[in-house]
Design a protein around this ligand. Structure first.
Ligand code: F0G
Length: 453
């Protein structure tokens, strides 16, 4: 099919403050990250629900997968009717998205579920879910003629921004906490040519600094507080539903750090429901590491006292899942909206639970980085409490590739993984290398012991 011939009219979009008693709107061209009236977070919203023929839309998006147009080959831009850009915009893309949805039998059995599906965002060009948002944020940076793009990062945003900035030929500055980013992620950012600025402190200190600096001057901030990032990441909900034959799962489980990803899934599913492309929202649940769990604490105190809407940052977050070592998540209100409106939950898992779940995901031949494994650990817990039924349709979002943090993997399998809070972890599913001494006969004996059956 010639996709140009069927291109549909895109709706009109604005940036809108999410605070109910404010709701101010701003034009898309305004490079702001929060409401200039009340400081609330911003959503990008359409001004009236686009009236599209749903069958035409579905087949247009699906047919683009076989097109040679570079926008069509992106799993983000093939949904461009629902993105806030002119249809002929030049996009900065690395053919992100279109990531696999795997059936994971060993993980399902570990969670005591009939089936479990893993949406692997680690299969993106830089190995994490950040790419789906970054293609949109960096494309917007170009629309705005930004002179410098910047972010704070625990590593994946850094790697992703560095790559997209290189594609766009834009200077790029990245703030990371000294010594707290995995070598693999740092290596990516350096290789793609970003200027990496190491800061004493943690991710939250980096985030605070860069936000302050972005209020003045002309740097363009592309952390997930930037609503254009969320626009890209929301398309993962579209793609997932498409992979499921245009049905939402019963339950979607995501890791929670700065809380942009859970916010984006909430927005994506909400838009699908508004358009009539799905009939129900999935429950959206967020899992945090117990040592870095301000959102889970908020959820608990709000559940105990619904009048309590106070969010307390954590000043010393700690977890070996360094991607989500975050105590002051900027998007908590949007993530809360996603959890609340879908009747989801927020829970914590221990370092031990994360490490074991990660090893099981590996045994499915899939693998992921530690932060991603919070999902399977969390699902196991929810299942044990009967908060998920065995026959429910559950999808866990894996956010990063297994090679993002190999020190962690080797530490686990060598039984030397140790956390500040839990000490030396047990390597319940360890698989250490076997040192074969002697010669051919010894090697043969080892190989024989490995035969199946
Ligand atoms: N999983 C991975 C692998 C991540 O890198 C992150 C966040 C998250 C989960 C949490 O997602 O922040 O949207 O709730 N990494 C950011 C970074 C903070 O700088 O790379 P979130």
């Amino acid at each position: 099919m010639n996709s140009k011939a069927t291109e549909l009219v895109a709706p009109h979009f604005v940036q809108r403050c999410i605070e109910h008693d404010c709701g101010h709107t701003f034009e898309l061209e305004r490079p702001i990250y929060t409401c200039s009236v009340c400081n609330g977070l911003l959503d990008i919203t359409w001004t009236d629900i686009p009236k599209q023929d749903l069958n035409v839309l579905r087949s247009l998006w699906s047919n683009r997968k076989t097109s040679t147009d570079s926008r069509d080959q992106s799993g983000v831009w093939r949904f461009r009717e629902l993105l806030p850009f002119a249809q002929n915009v030049d996009v900065i893309s690395l053919k992100e998205g279109n990531t696999p949805l795997y059936d994971a039998r060993k993980s399902a059995s570990y969670c005591n579920l009939d089936a479990l599906r893993l949406k692997h965002q680690g299969a993106n060009p830089t190995g994490s879910f950040k790419d789906t948002g970054m293609t949109v944020a960096v494309s917007q940076a170009c629309v705005l003629s930004a002179r410098l793009v910047a972010c704070a990062s625990t590593g994946n945003t850094a790697a992703s921004l560095a790559a997209y900035a290189a594609r766009a030929d834009l200077p790029c500055a990245i703030l990371v906490p000294t010594g707290q980013v995995s070598h693999a992620k740092l290596a990516q950012a350096l290789d793609y040519g970003a200027r990496v600025l190491e800061i004493e402190g943690n991710f939250d200190s980096c985030m605070r600094l860069i936000r302050e600096l972005s209020e003045h001057g002309s740097l363009y901030l592309v952390n997930s507080i930037n609503p254009f990032r969320i626009e890209g990441q929301k398309t993962v909900a579209f793609e997932l539903v498409e992979q499921l034959g245009w049905e939402a799962p019963d339950h979607l489980v995501v890791p929670g750090g700065n809380l942009g990803n859970s916010s984006a899934f909430g927005k994506g599913f909400r838009e699908l429901l508004e358009l009539g492309l799905i009939q129900k929202m999935p429950r959206i649940s967020v899992v945090q590491a117990v040592g870095a769990s301000p959102f889970a604490k908020f959820f608990l105190s709000h559940s105990n006292d619904p009048a309590n809407l106070q969010f307390a940052d954590e000043s010393h977050p700690t977890t070996l899942a360094s991607a989500i070592k975050i105590g002051a998540p900027v998007s908590w209100k949007k993530a809360w909206r996603a959890v609340d409106e879908t009747n989801g939950t927020v829970l914590t898992v221990t370092e031990q639970e994360i490490a074991d779940a990660k090893a099981i995901i590996g045994r499915d031949g899939i693998g992921c980085e530690p932060a991603s494994a919070t999902t399977v650990a969390g699902i196991r817990k929810l299942r044990a409490q009967d908060l998920i039924k065995a026959d429910e349709h559950v999808v866990a979002v894996l956010t990063g590739h297994v090679l993002k943090d190999t020190d962690y993997v080797i530490g686990y399998h060598n039984k030397s993984l140790s956390s500040d809070t839990e000490g030396l972890l047990k390597s319940n599913f360890n698989n250490a290398p076997i040192a074969v001494t002697g010669g051919r006969d010894q090697l043969q004996a080892v190989l024989t012991s490995l035969y199946k059956g």
